[in-house]
Design a protein around this ligand. Structure first.
Ligand SMILES: Nc1ncnc2c1ncn2[C@@H]1O[C@H](COP(=O)(O)OP(=O)(O)O)[C@@H](O)[C@H]1O
Ligand SMILES: [Mg+2]
Length: 328
């Protein structure tokens, strides 16, 4: 579990050219130098984690760990011991003393993702830690101290959470000394072309990456992107799989952009992809493609994963999710 929580973010690049995005990067870089708490607010998929890692990399702490904890994905009962550690015998299964992630992050940056989801039971302990740098391991009596810079992110409006009684007001004031707001992708559409180009280059297995046709690009520009940059990344991934030439055409995106999204003008051309076009989602297409390659590779999962350009673990998860047959 720890290895999933703790992740050193490598040379993750932040791409953008819109004035709002550049301003955000400028501010993040400026705040990176200090040790102040930073709260990054923005919808899911807007790049909050990348910005947190940028703050770390541009800070004097950059040769120390960057430890990311997703507070929403860890059950309440575990979060406290994950964050602050536990002493041997603190609870059943606590067979040995374990360091908390705050200790792992010592000297570096602790990134608390989805901080709005921290349960009211843990909030006072977090507040105390933020104010003093002190904490106790679960089941421990000694007061321990570490030196970490805390960066938080949330896709919620924490003021609403306070109003609803789910989030402590004093914790909010502690956290949002500096708030960085990450704009939605639809509020900075100038970023779409260079983001698309970046993702296509990154996905390219061969030397040459596919390019976007003008028609395909205009589809991307028209879309609202409720899933923001993450959604764009996934759409392009699907389009690369689908396209059979060096260029991504509008038809390679038709799976994703449901016809109801925009007015249908005239007759859609019938073609070899007609069957696939009848299914409505990218997921349906993915399922189909995995099934096909599994057959081709005689259900050899390692070869199938290779052919699809995904890890064996990802393949396994997708097989489970789609309930696919794994042998003849
Ligand atoms: N400006 C950007 N440049 C390049 N990749 C980005 C950018 N913003 C987001 N991404 C990519 O989009 C995905 C979602 O970003 P992430 O930081 O996890 O978003 P959030 O934490 O806000 O949900 C990641 O794969 C990330 O690499
Ligand atoms: Mg995130």
């Amino acid at each position: 579990m720890r290895s999933e929580l703790t992740r050193k973010t490598g040379a993750s690049e932040l791409i953008g050219q819109s004035p709002t995005f550049l301003k955000l990067i400028e501010n993040a870089t400026r705040f990176a130098e200090s040790d102040s708490f930073v709260l990054i607010q923005g919808a899911s998929g807007t790049g909050k984690e990348l910005i947190a890692s940028l703050i770390h990399r541009r800070s004097p702490r950059n040769n120390r760990p960057f430890v990311a904890v997703n507070c929403a994905s860890i059950p309440d009962t575990l979060l406290e011991s994950e964050l602050f550690g536990h002493e041997k015998g603190a609870f059943t299964n606590a067979v040995a003393t374990k360091q908390g992630l705050v200790e792992v992050a010592h000297g570096g940056t602790l990134f608390l993702d989805e901080v709005g989801d921290i349960s009211p039971a843990i909030q006072p302990k977090l507040l105390r830690f933020l104010e003093t740098g002190e904490f106790r391991r679960v089941g421990g009596t000694n007061l321990l101290t570490v030196d970490v810079r805390v960066v938080c992110a949330t896709n919620k409006d924490l003021r609403d959470e306070v109003a609803a009684g789910r989030f402590r007001e004093d914790l909010l004031y502690r956290l949002n000394v500096i708030t960085l707001r990450v704009p939605l992708l639809k509020e900075r559409k100038e970023d779409i072309p260079i983001l698309a180009d970046f993702f296509l280059k990154r996905k390219a297995k061969a030397k040459y990456s596919k390019t976007l046709s003008a028609g395909a690009l205009s589809l991307l520009m028209e879309h609202d992107w409720p899933g923001n940059v993450r959604e764009l990344e996934h759409v392009l991934e699907g389009a690369v799989l689908l396209s059979s030439s060096d260029s991504i055409e509008e038809s390679d995106l038709s799976m994703y952009f449901h016809r109801s999204d925009r007015p249908v003008t005239g007759q859609e051309p019938a073609g070899p992809r007609q069957q696939a076009e009848e299914s409505t989602s990218l997921e349906a297409l993915e399922k189909l493609q995995i099934e096909r390659v599994l057959h081709q590779q005689n259900f050899n999962r390692a070869k199938t994963a290779d052919a699809l350009g995904i890890s064996k673990k990802t393949l396994y998860l997708k097989i489970k999710r789609y309930g696919l047959k794994v042998e003849e």
